[in-house]
Write a protein that binds this ligand. Structure first.
Ligand code: KG4
Ligand code: ZN
Length: 334
């Protein structure tokens, strides 16, 4: 089965084609980073307008890359939520309409399920079920008990800012530019060990929930009290990253112990963080990461998740109904 995947939930237009026999046969990505950089964050209306400009041309590119014609497609998968409503509307409208025009089935994909299944794009090192997933993106921080595709139980999540959001806001406060996460992570490598000690929020109380808004405020207070040198900045970036990675590590260990899990999958944009990847390997269970390019938003993960659901016979009727809020727990089991 050959499936076209469309991702447009935030600031990346991702178009890919997944063949259930051959694997990924086309992968196109356009990032709107430059468009939003001058505003220091994603401007939803600009994001929607840019998706409108880029989606159809990228679909044509992907079809050409795979050496196919539109008529070779067997199904279309598009991100239906969660995300920015206008941005989702673009991918859903184009995806659903194209499927209708081609008389092929379409399926609405949950963006976080796409992230969660991204490590399975690695044919030779794909995790088996069940596993625990740590989803860490700009909009979500959660630990999920994954028994099968579509069988998800949220074990814990952030009560305030998502990890990626905390990285971005802290970076913005330090004047590091946009998108802040990867820039802050890079600067952290220049920080001195032990220069500052940041708190580890939500560690003492039991449970698997997270909280990151306090760390961002702690970073701001520390910065204001410092002499504001470049080294102070790097030291704060370092201490902030250590605190974030440590809390994620502790909660992952706790989640694994609570159900005797044998495997952990990391997914979402912050999964690209090198320090996090290195630290989680110390957990003593099998740890799986998507390739760096499939950590952040992309069309490949949507094409893959959609292909699995379409193969199982799941389809969407001819209605276009993006869901900006949508819980992973409401998905159908495959
Ligand atoms: O999954 P993603 O591309 O988009 C959402 O679905 O939100 O995640 C984007 C988030 C941003 O907050 C970005 O700053 C963060 O992932 N991020 C990182 C790194 N690379 C991306 N955060 C920390 N370290 C990184 N290397
Ligand atoms: Zn994402």
């Amino acid at each position: 089965m050959i499936v076209l995947g469309i991702e447009s939930s935030c600031d990346e237009t991702g178009i890919a084609i997944y063949d259930t026999e051959k694997g990924l046969i086309a992968d196109q990505l356009y990032s709107q980073v430059a468009l939003h950089a001058e505003y220091g964050g994603v401007v939803p209306e600009l994001a929607s307008r840019d998706h409108i400009q880029k989606t159809v041309p990228l679909i044509k590119e992907a079809i050409a890359e795979a050496g196919l014609a539109l008529s070779d497609l067997d199904g279309i998968a598009y991100t239906s939520g969660p995300g920015l409503i206008g941005a989702l509307m673009v991918g859903a409208s184009i995806g659903r309409s194209l499927a209708w025009g081609l008389k092929i089935p379409a399926v609405a994909v949950h963006h976080m399920e796409g992230h969660l299944l991204a490590p399975m794009l690695e044919k030779d090192n794909s995790p088996e079920f069940p596993f625990i997933a740590l989803l860490v993106s700009g909009g979500h921080t959660m630990l999920v008990d994954v028994q099968a595709i579509g069988d998800y139980k949220i074990m814990g999540q952030s009560l305030d800012d998502a990890v990626g959001e905390a990285f971005d806001k802290t970076a913005k406060m330090l004047g590091l530019g946009y998108p802040g996460g990867p820039i802050l992570a890079e600067l952290a490598t220049k920080g001195e060990e032990g220069a500052y000690d940041f708190p580890r929020p939500m560690i003492r109380q039991g449970g698997l929930d997270f909280s990151y808004s306090g760390l961002k405020t702690f970073a701001l207070t520390t910065w204001n009290k410092s002499e504001k040198t470049e080294q102070d900045k790097a030291n704060i970036a370092h201490a902030f990253q250590e605190a974030v990675v440590d809390t994620l590590f502790i909660k992952c260990r706790r989640a694994i112990e609570s159900i005797d899990a044998e495997r952990l999958v990391i997914a979402g944009g912050v999964g690209a963080n090198k320090r996090l990847r290195e630290k989680l390997l110390e957990l003593g269970v099998d740890v799986f990461f998507p390739k760096m390019e499939y950590c952040t938003d992309n069309g490949a993960m949507i094409a893959y998740a959609g292909a699995i659901r379409l193969e199982a016979g799941q389809t969407e009727d001819t209605e276009i109904k993006p869901k900006p809020r949508w819980s992973l727990e409401d998905l159908e089991r495959v």
